[in-house]
Design a binder for this molecule. Structure first.
Ligand code: AMP
Ligand code: MG
Length: 345
């Protein structure tokens, strides 16, 4: 199949809407990461998305909407708190989970009786959903397991030949997927996946519980609310390690790395020995979120066999960065000050 790469704009809205209306799929830009879009109500189209990504059938998709009316068509009931959060964070990177109506296909929702819904903040994609008139199911547009795509080129690298259309809307603003929450009661949400809508931001409106799966490794076979959390995720081919420690401890550790080519994601001014490639990361959690996935992809492109990433802070958006990194690293955290160097591990 030939894969077309088109720039987002009013001139391609009709073509993209027609493709989705006829059961086709396309990669779309959002403010979080690129999504692989299908009519959420068309089972065959949704199956094509799972196939193109190689995504496990029980990992549900997020339904992207352009109006509260669309939410009412999906959800059996909507708590007042959900409407307050929608008013304050939509369009934006917050996904909320609702009991789904029977006409929402089980396939879209990984067999669950709930549906995850969000309104994205991207002018083209919002206009596309509006034009289609149905919710768009869209997981991240990467091959399952690989780092999520934050540019159209990343999507092309994974999806060339597998999907008919990639819509290029430039670099994604946040670089990590949306915050996913479910409701404990009328005043409390549980964060299942952290994102750019941080716990601190949500606490302005409600109580917030952070699910243990956000930072802890789940036992195999454990029952989880959000199936996506049990899969190895966001990983390049290179082995990823999280480095915990001060600037000095990190610099000392990195000197002991003895491979042909290693990558390093740090704050940008650490001294690096020969053979260790500096990759973009940053000092603030926002910069780190923006750069993380593209730098992990770049590590593979550069032939790195190992990648070391400095541990982010765990407040604010740092929680989202740390959550993705733990999965990319298979939960391997090295205490740079206390391990006696790479050879001693
Ligand atoms: P992605 O589409 O790659 O952004 O991943 C979507 C995430 O949302 C995964 O972690 C899913 O497990 C989660 N998710 C989607 N729908 C639901 C749902 N109905 N209940 C719980 N989690 C969901
Ligand atoms: Mg994903």
């Amino acid at each position: 199949m030939e894969t077309k790469l088109l720039k987002a704009g009013d001139d391609i809205l009709d073509e993209a809407a027609e493709l989705l209306r006829s059961g086709g799929i396309a990669a779309i830009p959002t403010e979080t990461v690129y999504g692989l879009a299908a009519n959420a109500y068309n089972v065959e189209a949704v199956r094509s998305v799972f196939r193109a990504k190689g995504r496990p059938q029980d990992n549900p998709l997020i339904l992207h909407i352009s109006s509260i009316d669309m939410l009412k068509d999906i959800a059996v009931s909507i708590r007042p708190l959900a409407l307050v959060l929608a008013e304050n964070f939509w369009p934006g990177p917050l996904t909320m989970i609702f009991p789904r109506k029977p006409h929402v296909p089980a396939e879209t929702c990984g067999g669950l009786d709930t549906a995850a819904v969000r309104m994205p903040r991207n002018a083209f994609t919002l206009a596309l959903i509006e034009k289609c008139g149905f919710p768009i199911a869209a997981p991240s547009a990467n091959t399952s397991g690989l780092p999520s795509p934050t540019s159209a080129v990343h999507v092309y690298d994974d999806m060339n030949g597998k999907i008919p259309l990639i819509i290029d809307g430039g670099e994604c603003r946040y670089g990590v997927e949306s915050t996913v929450v479910c409701f404990e009661d009328d005043e409390t949400v549980r964060i299942l996946r952290p994102g750019a809508v941080t716990p601190e931001m949500l606490r302005e409106y409600c109580h917030v519980v952070i699910d243990s799966g956000v930072l802890e490794k789940l036992d195999s076979g454990a029952k989880v609310i959000s199936p996506g959390m049990k899969y190895k995720h966001y990983s390049p081919s290179a082995e990823v390690y999280i480095l915990k420690g001060s600037d000095g401890e990190t610099a000392n550790f990195i000197k002991t790395v003895n491979v042909n080519k290693a990558g390093f994601l740090g704050n940008g001014d650490e001294p690096l020995p020969h053979g260790v490639k500096r990759l973009r990361y940053g000092k603030t959690p926002e910069e780190q979120a923006e750069n993380l996935f593209s730098s992990l992809r770049e590590a593979d492109a550069a032939g790195c066999t190992e990648v070391y990433v400095r541990m982010p802070q765990t407040e604010g958006m740092g929680l989202a960065v740390y959550n993705r990194l733990l999965r990319a690293a298979g939960f391997r955290v090295i205490d740079a000050g206390n391990c006696g160097g790479k050879d001693a591990l």
